[in-house]
Design a protein around this ligand. Structure first.
Ligand code: TRP
Ligand code: SF4
Length: 329
């Protein structure tokens, strides 16, 4: 039996945050051993919101791919490439646009939300409306069986299934499989100020932060504001440091909780422990990144080679699609 195929992508928006590592990347790394994996830098998707200033996309792509490799994505195992290097994505997207009712796109829940959230940009564009359709083209171009994504992307995978069904119905075929979303359980991490982690709040931890930066950020983390002296009993459930202990110090977290509630540990010491655990986890990634940063040519070559491999599959799909549609002589 042929190995099942996994496809996923990320928009190149800069260095990845800790949440991207835990929520998606770690999962991708594991999937590499079980599936034929294809991972794409979704630069066309980034263009839907950065069309007014795409100049950063190049460097963002470089940084994101370095993050991917530092976390353990392996070009020997998986196909890693840039969406815009394989023109068939645009071609299949265009074909899909012929038969996709506008109402399907308008009712995608992320659509109106995003327009609201990014009000400073004009997203009342044709391209932004087509965002989920482009994603459907990404996935179906490789006839992927599974798509590892976070909860927020589920409507897009659902749309992909509808597009596959519509194509199969219109052209009386079963060519496109309906892909499954592989949901990643997200261990939710707050930002260092306790609010939602977000670039716009300036409270993020990047997966590429140095051990010194990690220490500095942990030391800035907000703790239980009710604790003045270190002998005051604390409430770990309102503490950001504790939220991180839960994820990065699973063995010690019970001890931390007990000591905090009994006022037997000071926040300074508690943070010190967290720094140790966080760095044990991130330092190997950081070290790998340092090496890769000096190997930009290698990254460029790897993306070129990935595009070649992706293209082989993509061209084959498009030949069959054109034959099914009966479009060309
Ligand atoms: N829309 C996805 C996101 O913002 C990125 C993406 C683009 C993607 N193409 C994809 C995800 C194909 C899965 C499959 O996270
Ligand atoms: Fe938070 Fe630790 Fe201080 Fe308790 S002891 S409030 S868990 S930093």
């Amino acid at each position: 039996m042929e190995q099942k195929r996994v496809f996923s992508g990320m928009r190149p928006t800069g260095r990845l945050q800790l949440g991207n590592l835990l929520g998606a990347l770690e999962n991708w790394v594991k999937l590499q051993d079980e599936y034929k994996c294809i991972f794409s830098v979704a630069d066309w998707h980034a263009m839907t919101t950065s069309y007014d200033d795409p100049s950063e996309l190049k460097e963002n792509t470089m940084q994101m791919v370095i993050d991917w490799l530092s976390a353990g994505l392996d070009p020997e195992k998986s196909i890693i490439f840039c969406q815009s290097d394989v023109k068939e994505h645009a071609e299949l997207h265009l074909l899909f646009s012929m038969f996709t009712p506008l109402s399907w796109l308008e009712r995608v829940p992320t659509y109106k939300d995003q327009i609201q959230q990014l009000r400073e940009k004009n997203l009342a564009t044709y391209g932004f409306l087509g965002y989920p359709l482009l994603q459907a083209a990404d996935i179906l171009l490789y006839r992927a069986d599974a798509v590892p994504v976070g909860e927020d992307q589920v409507p897009h995978v659902e749309m992909t299934r509808e597009i596959a069904r519509r194509f199969n119905y219109l052209y009386q075929t079963d060519f496109f499989p309906e892909p499954q979303a592989l949901l990643t359980k997200i261990k939710l991490l707050p930002g260092i100020d306790g609010r939602k982690m977000s670039k716009s709040y300036g409270n993020t931890i990047e997966m590429s932060d140095s051990p010194q930066e990690i220490a500095k950020k942990v030391n800035q983390m907000v703790t239980d504001p009710g604790r003045i002296r270190k002998t005051d009993p604390g409430n770990p459930e309102v503490c950001t440091v504790f939220a991180f202990h839960q994820v990065f110090n699973p063995e010690g977290v019970e001890g931390v909780e007990r000591a905090c509630r009994r006022g037997e540990i000071g926040c300074v010491q508690c943070k010190k422990q967290l720094i140790k655990h966080l760095n044990a986890y991130l330092e190997p990634i950081y070290e790998k990144r340092k090496v890769l940063e000096g190997q930009r040519d290698y990254i460029i070559d790897l993306l070129r080679e990935g595009a070649k491999q992706a293209k082989e599959i993509a061209v084959n799909t498009m030949e069959q699609v054109f034959a099914l549609v009966g479009f060309k002589l």
